[in-house]
Design a protein around this ligand. Sequence first.
Ligand code: TRP
Ligand code: ZN
Length: 507
Amino acid sequence: MRKRLIVSAASALSLLLAVPASATDFRPGADGVGDPYYPTFGNGGYSVSHYDIRLKYQPATDELEGTTTILATATQDLSRFNLDFVLNVSEVLVNGRPATFATSGDQELEITPARPLAKGSQATVVVRYKDVPSTVERYDGYTAWRRTPDGAVAAGEPVSAGWWFPSNDHPSDKATFDVSVQVPNGTQVISNGVLTGTSSQAGWTRYSWRENKPQATYLTTLAIGKFDITQDTTVGGIPVYNAYSKDLGDNAAAARASVERTGELVDWLSGYFGEYPFSSVGGYVPNIDSGGALETQTRVRYGPGAFSDGSNTSVVVHELAHQWYGDSVSLNRWSDIWLNEGFAEYTQFLWSEHENEGTAQELVDYLYAARPASDPFWSVKPGDPGADHQFAAAVYYRGAMAIQALRNAVGDEKFFRILKGWPTERRYGNGTIQDFQAYAEKVSGQKLGDLLNTWLFTPGKPAVGPVAPGAAVAAPLVAGQAQAQLPTEPKSWKKIQEATAVHESRR
Ligand code: TRP
Ligand code: ZN
């Protein structure tokens, strides 16, 4: 009996294996990568290696038209697959053959290729489109495409790509980029990486930009308008390219006095984080009514409002720190936003230390004391803030406190090894908070679960602040006792707060 059972199981198995893959194995790719905060962001079933974006833009009418070519590899047998896009599409080709397409949801473009795609095969997807992007609203009135008096700007987090190119719109799928845009003569185009060339023909000028290192879709940016350009090289040899709208008014000098420090600051940051990961650096300041700054790869977008109270190197340090923490090493899921914002914020504290305007410990002591336990600030968990609080103050400030707590627990020598080692080990890749914890535990030889749990994953004000080693812990307040005296405000606090408020305002 026993023996017969084994034989029949084995023959059943061989039968199964003999069945050829049938057409029914080809399934549609998922309409999202499974992000816990944004289930429909990105798509399943393929991964992208390169985007080639060729556009023509007319500032007078806000008409954008062009073609994006996507090089992808199927990661499952695909009967159809989605791209994320909001503009009006006229034609889609997959491997040279016309494909049928339909739209659904906020930004799903469903593509059915003439021939299904086998797992592991390469696909070249060509999407042709034309639209007026500023008129396209999604997610309750949001548009990532903003017109300016002389052009337009596309930038936004967690989504912005869909307003100017179709993509697998999630940081877990990074790719290289060519961005080439034709604009009327006299207008300029700014994007990521290196300007590889310009050419003029019949009243139009084409600008071609290239980013040859993996780049997340939300870190891809486009600015069109009239700019003053500055170009230089860092002491470390990296080309710097900055652009300032010609129309910044009163903010122009402060913007330049801040953003022109980019080269110096990149070299300074390399001391903490290791070699700068990209082959170009810089920023642009468009003429928009915003103070938001975004760490778009190699070419940071600064809203002019970031400089309305004078120069602010703190915001420049923050965005440049993201080039390592966020851009070179990217999130796998948006809930891990602390890996980006906590570290970029903490780097502002390091800059304050360097400038003798208050140590990180002094800033953290001040922050901890200044917010009573009843402040709703403490209800947000920086390690999992929720989509609605993804960029809440706690992600930045409590996130930075978590990093100071880590520094105090492992000591400076190991802390700075972790700070440099993580972006070095994960360069051009992705990581989660759990991966970071494992790495920090390996380097320090200490268990860090309790510490990170307290600072990142437990709502409420921790009973004890990230106290410096050897410092006296203040006795808990007794009911009726006067509020303990606030430590003196560190000199850098105003600019740090300005820079962070700017992040909260976002658009
Ligand atoms: N990541 C940005 C920063 O802290 C903040 C941000 C979030 C933002 N969403 C945005 C900036 C949208 C501009 C637009 O540096
Ligand atoms: Zn940031």
